[in-house]
Design a protein around this ligand. Structure first.
Ligand code: BGC
Length: 451
């Protein structure tokens, strides 16, 4: 049994390399941008586009995934993403103009958009229900490692001539791991059954559940699939009344996740810390590496507790914690003249770190987990991709608006953090009335809820 569990962890870890690339390629631009500007003439508009090209690609990627995941299968779509990651890394690393860099960033975004729906979906479908939360959270854990590694790599290559090229080359390595690793993991048994490849499905189930449980599990999945076939399929079903709740969950969780301001911190923490009086070149950058460390370590709490305590208790705790910490940051900026420089620094950096902790145990992993588990198999590929599209869509607007808002009085007096706090408070209502507990339920049990 231990071997089966280790095998499952291995599968989740390989697939989660897609998350590492997601985190790396979204984080690396912060540290690379100042150096790119030394080598190319980059207007402010072009700079904005180079940063957000990944997010635009992220919006397109889920469509590619939704078109291909059901026909190609959950494995091949990840192989495709890995190839696109390799291509994007090469293009950005060898770019000889800002425009070529922008194009390379868009290609990387496509790959990120594909994995952001295909990886959680694949892990959820391969996992037994008792550890599904933990294994899908590997994806989020890998995102946070990717972000942290990008900050550290930025630090290491900052002094090299054209160091930004090395930063982009660094993304090539995990892309190769994902590409090669995908040949060593099995296809999703649920997808195999949906294609009538029953013997292969049985074999995979024996590998991951053990021969004794495999037969029962196969029968359960097959039965559920046969019942599903009776119902009319089609993407349109996602917009019918009976799937209204999962539809709202998939969009709502990312609306709250992104408008809680997470990427204002992840992409711009150096700016936030310098606004609070830290030195831009030294302490702010170091404090940013601290954000990466807190983010990664705190995600481990979610890995351990999501299946034990359940999704909702962590969501409530996380939302209350993020609301309070955002309030503290807003308070610090609002009262910066009376607080004195030291207290302002302590409250802003402390508030941001506590915010990251509560985000990492709740909204971070739950976005990806919920979209991978709440939809019926027949539309799961499409629905997960749609959730992922909204993630990038909301991310795009928050990331685009933050630098502009930060430059106005809303930034200097902390009002922007009050707005994020307001969103999180609305999130509490969403958690109470819309999200339902999926701890311990099989994907097929969840599906029955919608019949
Ligand atoms: C979000 C990203 C965010 C990251 C931070 C993920 O769940 O999707 O937008 O940058 O968490 O850890």
């Amino acid at each position: 049994m231990i071997n089966k569990t280790i095998f499952l962890y291995f599968i989740a870890a390989i697939a989660a390399t897609g998350g590492l690339l997601f985190g790396f390629d979204t984080g690396v631009i912060n540290v690379a941008m100042p150096f790119i500007k030394k080598d190319f003439t980059v207007s402010p508009q072009l700079e904005g586009w180079i940063v957000s090209a990944v997010l635009v690609g992220g919006m397109v990627g889920p469509f590619i995934s939704s078109l291909l995941t059901d026909s190609l299968g959950r494995k091949k779509i990840n192989v495709l993403a890995a190839i696109v990651f390799c291509l994007g890394s090469i293009l950005t690393a060898i770019a000889n103009s800002a425009e070529m860099l922008l194009f390379g960033r868009f290609i990387l975004g496509l790959a990120i958009g594909i994995v952001s729906s295909s990886v959680p979906l694949y892990i959820a479908e391969i996992s037994p229900s008792n550890i599904r939360g933990r294994l899908v959270t590997f994806f989020q854990f890998a995102i946070t490692i990717g972000i942290l590694v990008s900050y550290v790599i930025g630090f290491l290559f900052a002094k090299e001539t054209e160091g930004w090229r090395m930063m982009f080359w660094a993304g090539f390595l995990p892309a190769i791991v994902l590409l090669v690793g995908m040949f060593f993991v099995p296809e999703s048994p649920r997808w195999l059954i949906s294609k009538g490849r029953n013997d292969e499905a049985k074999k995979v189930l024996a590998d991951i559940n053990g021969a004794s449980l495999a037969e029962d599990e196969y029968r359960r999945l097959k039965e559920s699939f046969e019942q599903e076939k009776q119902q009319k399929a089609g993407f349109g079903e996602l917009f019918t009344k009976k799937l209204r709740i999962p539809l709202i969950i998939g969009i709502g969780i990312f609306l709250i996740q992104q408008f809680s301001g997470i990427n204002a911190v992840i992409y711009y923490s150096t700016t936030i810390f310098s606004m609070a009086g830290f030195d831009l070149e030294t302490t702010s950058t170091l404090a940013t590496v601290g954000v990466g460390v807190v983010n990664t370590l705190s995600t481990l709490v979610a890995v351990v507790f999501l299946d034990k305590l359940g999704r909702k208790p962590l969501l409530y705790t996380g939302l209350i914690g993020t609301a309070i910490s955002l309030g503290v940051v807003a308070y610090a900026f609002y009262n910066k003249d009376s607080l004195g420089t030291d207290l302002l620094k302590v409250l802003s950096i402390g508030g941001v770190y506590v915010y990251i902790f509560f985000f990492a145990i709740s909204l971070g992993p739950l976005g990806w987990l919920l979209i991978s588990e709440v939809y019926p198999l027949r539309i799961r590929g499409f629905a997960t991709s749609m959730g992922s599209f909204y993630h990038w869509f909301f991310d795009f607007w928050v990331s685009l608006s933050f630098p502009m808002l930060a430059a106005t009085s809303l930034g200097t007096n902390g009002g922007i953090f009050m707005i994020y706090m307001g969103v999180v408070i609305v999130g509490l209502l969403f958690a109470k009335f819309i999200v339902f507990e999926t701890k311990g339920m099989s994907l097929e049990d969840i599906e029955k809820k919608w019949k």
